[in-house]
Write a protein that binds this ligand. Structure first.
Ligand SMILES: NC(=O)c1ccc[n+]([C@@H]2O[C@H](COP(=O)([O-])OP(=O)(O)OC[C@H]3O[C@@H](n4cnc5c(N)ncnc54)[C@H](O)[C@@H]3O)[C@@H](O)[C@H]2O)c1
Length: 716
């Protein structure tokens, strides 16, 4: 053995060929953490010292090649500040350069996932051969950064500027054949032939049949394009990348500017440019938020995993009560992910509609080539529509999705519970009604939980699993397990009206309604809040949610939290509902809707709305964007803090992810808690204090005041 370390080993294979194998001790995957990089360097230097080595192949001892850098290390690295970060990157880059500069040819065998830092390591070799099972890419822009271990320097030299811009700025993964087409790998072979193919390739290079020296020289020199060609390549990319990324995601443009400077320089100088731009990207608030989101997502998945382990129950058969918007969506999602489901309604036409919706969603999968027609019929056959309780004695879980009325729900529970097995779980998809309150009508309240899906069910990643006062651990755990099996991200929360997400969403709507009451223009509010990063402004969102649904839910919230959510004035949404404007569902709300060419509802401004609402709004008044943002966001964030105080949601990272996955909180802001951190807790409290005369929703809760006084943040 030429070298053996905790991550890398180097062994002679004969004929002067060395296999440098990455097999990170104690981990299921290979990641390029600082320790692994140091080990890689030590292995490289051992190989460099051995004059008998004629060629090197790099392989992986895991099913993946390298999943990327260790993102948990970023916080510490970036906290050192711009100058130290640049210096550190230049040092780290020397590791890959020493490998690239070995006096012998090098071939990397990419067996599986090869992302970020993994691909950067692979690019430092002379040749890359991939298994058909491999996939590779630079997902860094999704974290608000871009490849900073030489990836943005080597990629344009290996695959050309246009291709490199696409790989780096779009951040998508590519399969092996696509990578071959772009020139990122030199050959693709069957998995079992990979190692032999790498050995054969390095032998060819050793024998001089492959001109590895010319290859390498290209990577060390500036990109071979004259100034005009370079300018043209980058100018066209600037417009495309700028438009795709938008103003809130600066990393792709920084990557591009960096490449524009770097391609004209030799490797080492280009690496310095890369380090400079990388540090700029890494220290943006967007990178801080997006890296936080990545880690929070892992935290949420881990918490769900811990719950799942607690469940002994297998969910083999599910049932859904109600075949409406939500029931139909739940049935589809359950069947799509492999759990058979009985769909019960009291109306034949509702069942037909539910089946029709599921059929439409599945047809789309077939049209896109993601599903065969045979699989589609198999999936549809997993949904069994019914008007009676026939074999409810065999179901493991029932998801209740009938109308949002506690009396109806309780009546349905009383009807169905005697027909069930002792251990069948009943989960309610209520969006606002307290789970402990609904449990009062049940004989086995321990089997009862909330399972709050978001609309449209097939698209929205979040499921809030609500633990009522009497819900058992098993009921919570089995529901979490089913939500994960349905492809959703479950977050367990405690019970209260609205649970977590709606409890904090309605104060945001209240803020919006108060702005309108005080003379703001809803078109201006939507524009400002969309610029803030929300996928849609509050007026548009109310139209999508359904105005009657929102008014009804608002009443439940007001009854639950009268001190701050009850009001003695009529809001604009109530007035529009009185005028039969229910939002997108009947084509008119704050906006009017007509199907576009693809049949999707397209919104346009309706001049009659201002006339309809004029009785409940003050004379038109201008509000600055800052005022609009503060008046909408402060009530929401304050309520998040109250939910943390009351342990409705267990942690700031779960709160942030619930808002991202449930209602599309702007990812580049990282969630409500991250938003407070980035605003500065004391600044946020001052902003709330200024608005406190508007009512209790604006009064910063104790948690935030204490944090501000102690100089604490939610994260880090
Ligand atoms: N629509 C949303 O955006 C949304 C989001 C999350 C949660 N929810 C909640 O999901 C539930 C259902 O909402 P929806 O929007 O799908 O309503 P919906 O009106 O579209 O569907 C309700 C369905 O329940 C059926 N139904 C009524 N009584 C029944 C009974 N006794 N047995 C069987 N079926 C019965 C109705 O025929 C109807 O098909 C509500 O509690 C709602 O608050 C809705």
């Amino acid at each position: 053995m030429l070298y053996s370390g905790p991550a890398f080993s180097a062994a002679a294979l004969g004929d002067g060929i060395v296999e440098l194998k990455f097999d990170l001790a104690g981990e299921s995957v290979n990641k390029l953490n600082q320790a692994a990089l140091r080990d890689f360097d030590a292995a490289t230097q051992a190989i460099a010292k051995d004059a008998s080595v004629k060629g090197v192949i790099v392989t992986s001892g895991k099913p993946v090649f390298i999943v990327g850098a260790d993102i948990t290390e970023f916080g510490g690295m970036f906290a050192a500040g711009e100058e130290a970060l640049v210096k550190g990157l230049i040092e780290t880059n020397k590791t890959l350069c020493r490998f690239e500069d070995l006096p012998v040819p090098t071939v990397v065998a990419i067996n599986g996932v090869c992302l970020g830092g993994g691909l950067e390591l692979a690019l430092a070799a002379d040749y890359r051969v991939a298994s058909t099972a491999a996939s590779m890419g630079f997902p860094e822009v999704k974290l608000g950064i871009f490849p900073g271990f030489g990836g943005s320097v080597r990629m344009p030299r290996v695959i050309g500027i246009d291709n490199a811009v696409e790989w780096i700025c779009a951040g998508a993964d590519k399969k092996a054949d696509a990578a071959l087409k772009d020139g990122a790998v030199d050959a693709v072979v069957a998995p079992e032939q990979l190692r032999d193919a790498a050995i054969a390739m390095v032998k060819q290079a050793i024998a001089g049949k492959l001109d590895w020296k010319a290859r390498r020289a290209e990577k060390l020199a500036p990109v071979k394009l004259n100034k005009i060609e370079q300018t043209m390549a980058f100018n066209s990319s600037m417009a495309v990348v700028g438009a795709q990324a938008g103003p809130n995601y600066p990393a792709p443009m920084l990557a591009l500017k960096n490449m524009q400077e770097g391609v004209a320089l030799p490797r080492d100088a280009a690496l310095e440019v890369e380090a400079k731009y990388f540090a700029k990207a890494a220290l943006t608030p967007q990178a801080n938020a997006l890296i936080g989101v990545f880690l929070a997502d892992q935290g949420v998945k881990k918490a769900a995993g811990a719950w799942e382990k607690k469940s002994k129950k297998e969910i083999k058969q599910a049932a859904v009560l109600g075949a409406g918007i939500m029931g139909g969506g739940i049935a589809y999602q359950s069947a799509f992910k492999g759990t058979p489901i009985v769909m019960k309604d009291i109306r034949d036409d509702a069942l037909a509609l539910g089946m029709n919706e599921a059929g439409k969603l599945l047809s789309k999968q077939v049209e896109k080539g993601r599903m065969t027609p045979a699989k589609m019929s198999e999936t549809l056959a997993r949904i069994r529509p019914t008007l009676n309780y026939g074999d409810f004695g065999t179901v493991d879980i029932i998801i209740e999705a009938v109308v949002e009325n506690p009396k109806v729900k309780k009546a349905v529970f009383a009807e169905v519970e005697p027909l069930l097995r002792e251990d069948t779980i009943i989960a309610s998809n209520t969006s606002t009604i307290s789970i402990s309150h609904l449990a009062e009508s049940l004989k086995r309240p321990q089997n009862f939980v909330g399972m709050h899906f978001f609309n449209p069910v097939n698209m929205m990643p979040l499921v809030e699993v609500i633990r009522g006062k009497q819900s058992s651990d098993e009921a919570v755990a089995a529901t979490v397990k089913l939500a994960s099996k349905m492809g959703k991200t479950p977050i367990v929360v405690n019970d209260c009206p609205g649970f977590f997400v709606n409890r904090v969403l309605f104060p945001y709507f209240d803020g919006f309604h108060m702005l309108l009451r005080d003379g703001a223009d809803f078109l201006a509010i939507d524009k400002v809040m969309e610029k803030f990063g929300w996928p849609m402004g509050p007026a548009y969102l109310l139209d999508v949610v359904g105005m009657d649904t929102a008014v009804h839910a608002g009443d439940v919230m007001a009854a639950g939290f009268p001190d701050r959510m009850a009001k003695d004035w009529k809001n604009t949404t109530q007035v529009l509902v009185e005028n039969q404007r229910f939002g997108q569902k009947n084509g008119k709300g704050y906006y009017v809707y007509a199907p576009d060419k693809k049949g999707k509802p397209k919104k346009t401004v309706d001049p009659t709305v201002s006339e309809l609402i004029k009785g409940v709004v003050a004379a038109r008044k201008e509000f600055t964007p800052e005022e609009i943002i503060a008046r909408c966001m402060v009530p929401m964030v304050n309520e998040v803090a109250r939910c943390l105080e009351e342990k409705i949601v267990a942690s700031p990272y779960e709160a942030d992810m619930a808002l991202l996955y449930g209602i599309g909180f702007p990812p580049f802001r990282g969630g409500a808690c991250r938003y407070v951190d980035q605003t500065g807790v004391a600044n946020f409290v001052a902003m709330a204090d200024k608005l406190a005369p508007l009512g209790k929703l604006y009064e910063a809760p104790k948690l935030l005041r204490d944090m501000a006084a102690a100089g604490k943040k939610f994260f880090g």
